[in-house]
Design a protein around this ligand. Structure first.
Ligand code: ZN
Length: 523
């Protein structure tokens, strides 16, 4: 048999324990037909075989991101990233450039500026923005924190004048000398503008989603679990299926409200996208103190965080998901919410159902030994986005919010893996970074409670073998093995030979999906 494509002279980290390393891979009809040494693979080279000389680069199984919000990510890709702006002048230039490419009247949204980084050492104002764009309304959000600056066009559209009374908990800033609007809106006053920005048109969203797919491929991801939050996203997915514009493998996790239309949806997906699971939100997030805890927040003794469902409701919802033969995906951050999720799984699913449906908990942030034991016993999977470890400890202060004793059990990945709980990895992009190597670094080089660090090999498992298990595809994906789908990621460096602190510097040179080169920067 001659192959369609062979990769030779590489370091293949197969993630297959019975044959962990290889030099070369042969691919035919989208599947891996041989994994081995260069000599073995040479027999698969025929006249039409495409040969890629890896020149010593590393190959891993195509990565799987089990938690990503593609539509939101696409939206943000069209926003102006002002993270690096060192001056108001630079920011102005960026906006001017963007406005020249943007149709008249369309909103320009930017994010990430910080006056502390500005040479001018002052806040930007309405006049700065008017100089950059007169024909487009402009709103630029400051980094972390609910402050934005807008231009005159945006003020007009929002109906904000010198007489406008700001909403409670908000400020419409005025120049103390002249009394004129400065264009700066704070806290709840930012909503005056946010609420009038129109949703992008469908063709614009589709363009953005396609751009998102490209970015996803560029970081080595071949399969995503798209967490759908609104019905409008489903219309987009249907269109992409019809037009056959899916360069990556897509699994859908839909909100419970869409279950009633499931048969229609399934038909529209034409077998090109897998309808996998249903997400339920048992609670909110730690930073907003809406994660449900069994004991109050340490820095707010009156709050334990709300539960979005009663125990009975959760049980009913999971039973409903089971009836539809889909994977129950329960977002639960606080220990109270995790406990209720586990109760619901135990109550609603018989042992055989649990084996078949592989219920999973998203986040499972605040844990304890008893909860981990129960997860193991029930065969419940945990889906994590390891960068949250960094976010919760460094951006939000988990030590203040939870106290040291509970913070010790925040994302205890080492313990979870030692207890053989199946942990799979995602990004939660655009809330957290898309790049799996940034996520992996957060797990292997965590600064707080380092006893919960995991190894690079284990972290790679989150995005390969374990993620394939979470997708019911352990026989198809997750390792470089004969008979499996030819989804492969070529890396600039060997992740097992680089310091864990530098693992986020690894670049993806090529992403192969089903034997086709879907992205390449390789020369
Ligand atoms: Zn999410």
């Amino acid at each position: 048999m001659k192959a369609d494509l062979v990769l030779v002279n590489g370091h293949v980290l197969t993630m297959n324990p019975s044959k962990p390393y290889a030099e070369a891979v042969a691919i035919k009809k989208g599947k891996i037909v041989k994994v081995g040494g260069n000599e073995e693979i040479s027999h698969f080279i025929g006249k039409k075989t495409v040969i890629i000389d890896l020149k010593g680069k590393s190959v891993i199984p195509g990565l799987i991101d089990v938690h990503i919000h593609v539509a939101d990510f696409g939206k943000i890709l069209n926003w102006v990233n002002l993270n690096g702006a060192k001056s108001i002048e630079e920011m102005r230039k960026q906006i001017k450039l963007h406005s020249e490419r943007t149709p008249k009247g369309r909103w320009i949204i930017g994010y990430g500026w910080d006056e502390a980084n500005f040479m001018e050492k002052r806040l930007p104002n309405v006049k700065d923005l008017d100089e950059a764009a007169q024909e487009n309304p402009v709103v630029l959000y400051r980094r972390q924190g609910r402050v934005c600056v807008v231009n005159t066009k945006a003020l007009e559209l929002a109906g904000i004048t010198g007489e406008t009374v700001p909403p409670q908990g908000g400020e419409i800033e005025k120049d103390p000398q002249t009394g004129e609007l400065t264009g700066i809106l704070r806290e709840n006053a930012t909503d005056l503008v946010w609420k009038i920005i129109p949703e992008p048109a469908e063709d614009e969203i589709i363009e953005n989603v396609k751009l998102a797919f490209q970015k996803i491929l560029e970081v080595g991801i071949a399969t995503i679990h798209w967490i759908v939050l609104s019905p409008s996203e489903v219309a987009i997915i249907r269109k992409l299926c019809t037009k056959n514009e899916l360069p990556i493998r897509v699994h859908l996790i839909i909100p419970i409200a869409l279950l009633k239309d499931m048969e229609n949806l399934k038909a529209a997906l034409k077998g090109k996208v897998k309808l996998q699971g249903v997400i339920i939100f048992a609670d909110g997030s730690l930073a907003s103190r809406t994660a449900a805890l069994s004991k109050p927040y340490k820095d707010c003794p009156t709050t334990r965080g709300p539960l979005f469902y009663t125990q009975e409701q959760l049980i009913e919802l999971i039973a409903e998901i089971r009836k539809n033969n889909l994977q129950p995906v329960i977002h639960a951050m606080g220990d109270k919410a995790v406990k209720m999720a586990l109760n619901a799984v135990e109550e609603a699913l018989a042992e055989a159902d649990r084996r078949n449906l592989r219920p999973r908990i998203e986040q499972a942030a605040v844990l304890n030994k008893a909860l981990i034991k129960r997860m193991k016993g029930l065969g419940v999977l945990v889906s994590v986005q390891p960068y949250m470890i960094f976010s919760e400890f460094s951006v939000w202060s988990a030590m203040d919010g939870l106290g040291g004793e509970r913070a010790r059990w925040l994302y205890p990945l080492r313990t979870l893996m030692a207890e053989s709980v199946k942990v799979c990895g995602g990004s939660d992009c655009p809330m957290e970074p898309l790049n799996p190597f940034i996520q992996i670094k957060a797990a292997v080089a965590r600064q707080f409670f380092q006893e919960e660090q995991i190894t690079v090999d284990e972290a790679l498992r989150l995005y390969t073998v374990n993620a394939a298990y979470a997708s019911f595809e352990e026989d198809l994906k997750g390792s470089v093995e004969e008979g499996k789908l030819a989804d492969l990621t070529v890396l600039s460096q060997n992740p097992l030979e680089i310091s864990p602190n530098e693992i986020d510097r690894i670049k993806v040179d090529m992403t192969i999906v089903g034997g086709k080169i879907a992205y390449s920067s390789f020369s």
